[in-house]
Design a protein around this ligand. Structure first.
Ligand SMILES: [Zn+2]
Length: 263
């Protein structure tokens, strides 16, 4: 499996992806908003885009579909319940479905509601696993829930699915929000030395050559994985006494999600 992370350079800071089979040159385009860049990358690498996967129905993830289909005839794949929200869908997928790319690549679909209720993440069971997480999980952050999502569902997705991923799993998110998210982590957990070091090292990184984190790193510096960190909990309890002295992880998650919206 070959992965190309395509930086769009747009205001929403979208990442698009091409996932290719090294034997056949078939490629899957994930959320190819900047279809011109995606088509150029494929042409330069000698790949043919045969499928598109939209992680979810938002326009900054689906807006390039037509451009890719017009150029390549690629088939559009998305969550089985996305229905009319994604025009011209060819295949609806759910939990456990497999997307094959060429001869060598198989990607497992995870049904990951929360950011929207029709959100798919893709998990590659490669030697080093990889997660294409759309707007569910970002570097040092989590998706918002104010355009068709539900924070409690996002919590369940984290608890039941993301928590189960192996520590060496590589994370390929739908946007570059690393720096803002690390600043939020440090606002919530000022003594997080991993987040501090990462912010110092990557503050001026070129998103066209972005850091790819592992789930092990995320668990150290992503607040939404640190619901039982004593300093995260202590600061929340101090600021929001209504949470009680020992809030459960779900209450912590929901409060963090709410704070991140207005931060
Ligand atoms: Zn979105």
């Amino acid at each position: 499996m070959i992965v190309e992370q395509v930086w769009t350079g747009n205001a929403y800071r979208n990442f698009n992806y091409l996932v290719a089979c090294p034997e056949t040159g078939d490629a899957l385009a994930i959320d190819p908003l900047d279809f011109t860049k995606c088509l150029d990358v494929a042409a330069n690498r000698g790949w043919t885009i045969t499928q598109i996967l939209n992680t979810h129905e938002h326009g900054d993830h689906t807006g390039g579909n037509k451009g890719v289909v017009d150029a390549t005839g690629a088939k559009i794949i998305a969550h089985k319940d996305a229905g009319k929200r994604i025009p011209n869908m060819d295949r609806g997928v759910g939990a456990g479905d497999i997307i094959k790319v060429g001869n060598t690549v198989e990607l497992e679909c995870l049904d990951t509601p929360g950011h929207t209720m029709c959100h798919i993440c893709l998990l590659a069971h490669t030697d080093q696993p990889a997660l294409f997480s759309g707007d569910t999980l970002f570097n040092a952050g989590a998706g918002n829930c104010h355009n068709g999502g539900h924070p409690a569902e996002l919590y369940e997705t984290f608890r039941q699915q993301l928590d189960a991923l192996g520590p060496d799993t590589l994370l390929y998110p739908g946007h570059d929000y690393l720096i803002n998210n690390l600043e939020f982590t440090l606002d919530r957990e000022p003594d997080n030395t991993t987040a501090r070091a990462m912010l110092d090292q990557y503050r001026n990184q070129d998103p066209a050559d972005a850091l790819v984190t592992t789930l092990a790193q995320e668990r150290e510096m992503n607040t939404f994985f640190r619901l039982e960190s004593p300093s995260v909990v202590a600061k929340l309890v101090e600021e929001f006494p209504d949470l009680g002295d020992a809030p459960d992880p779900k209450s912590v998650f929901l409060k963090l999600r709410e704070l991140r919206n207005s931060w």
